[in-house]
Design a protein around this ligand. Sequence first.
Ligand SMILES: *Cc1c(COP(=O)(O)O)cnc(C)c1O
Length: 457
Amino acid sequence: MTVAALQAYGERAARREGAVLRQPSIDALVDELDIERLIAEGGLEGTRLQLFLDHYLSGATRLHHPRYMAHQVGVPVPHAALAALIDGFTNNPMAIYEMGPPAAAIEHAVLNWMMTKVGWRGSACGKRCGAGVLTHGGSLANLTALLAARARCAPWSWTEGIPSNLVLVCSPGSHYSIARAAAILGLGAQNAHYAATDALGRIDPELLPGQLRRLCQEGKLPIAVVANAGSTALGLFDPIRDIGAICREHGVWLHVDGAHGASTLLSSRLRHLVNGIEDADSIVWDAHKMLRSPLLCAAVLVRDETALNDAFQQDASYLFHDKDEPGIDFAHRTIECTKAALGLKVFFALAHGGEQALAAVIDRQTDLAQAAADLLRATPGIEVAVQPQTNIVCFRLHGTDALQLAIRKRLTHDGVFYISTAEALGKRWLRLVLMNPNTTIDDIAELRTEVLALGRG
Ligand SMILES: *Cc1c(COP(=O)(O)O)cnc(C)c1O
């Protein structure tokens, strides 16, 4: 029954039937779903389950609808939802090998596959040998990677606390989790310094060496430079190879935040966007974005295989002791203790059509974004921020920032299209993230008509 309901939900959405999203009040939803009574009395089965599912699915935001264009959440390969079911039933937290050997084996193999894509495994990489861990999301992955950077730069921080001169350097277009990581790691959010950028907001490698030198002259110790492989607002890539060369020269850790864009590693056409990523010290790569895996699954990868283990120096006598075991304890590399079988989710997404099927979707979505940008740019009264490098398109109607927000508010209210907005290059943009393989250029043309009509008031 549940599977049939989900299938019908997905198919109706894919046929563009009904709204993309509804926004009832939270109180109305709690009532409609009969949550309080079910908690008190139980009985969520049979017709009650059916009724609950009807309400739940009619209120759910429909990623499967081709007019869902709002956020960087992957539309999962349907088959991959089975991974969540298998994990939910077996419930093997696998950070300690003996607690879930198959889940740990899959995490290990998926990480090795990712590292092969980066160039840290396989015949091409000489003596290189990376390591990694999967986390619940890119934000936690960024924190983990920057903790490893801090451990390399100021290893005594773990026991003594951090010195006051630690800073990091990132792009002004970096995801908010970078500034949060700076705050959580004790640097202070204001010590996440912005790198100088070019006109499109990408880190300018001409100006970076001077900036690093100045920081050193001021007595600061940069734990890392953070480059974007796919900035959140515009989806643009920093020049990773050039930045990597500068970091090496200055002895600074390079972290590449590829939560969104590292998946271009799969595409022979788009791989060039991340050229030089193999010289990074750490990389974050979300599978639940462009790899169409169910939430959550993100990877932290480090080039030096000891870097993650060195970042954590914890004793837990009930877990960590000498054991004669045939596997790996991932718990030594991660903030989390109990952890879901995250690898299973990306594995199911990959193993359905093979990696080439995911690569083809990434190429297709990029083509669509570029065609959408061309279409919008050719429309009088519309400005496009930049030519997209992946599947993110930012545009705006001539007018104020408030106008863009008002348009999005109306669209969200009507539920016919779901888009987001973002600030970049000093302005507020309407933002499309084209995740759904069923979205077509006709959907974009109809969105354009709708936006123009709303703009006329
Ligand atoms: C999405 C994103 C993140 C955060 O990842 P979550 O999985 O949402 O926590 C970090 N950095 C970039 C560049 C992103 O696009």
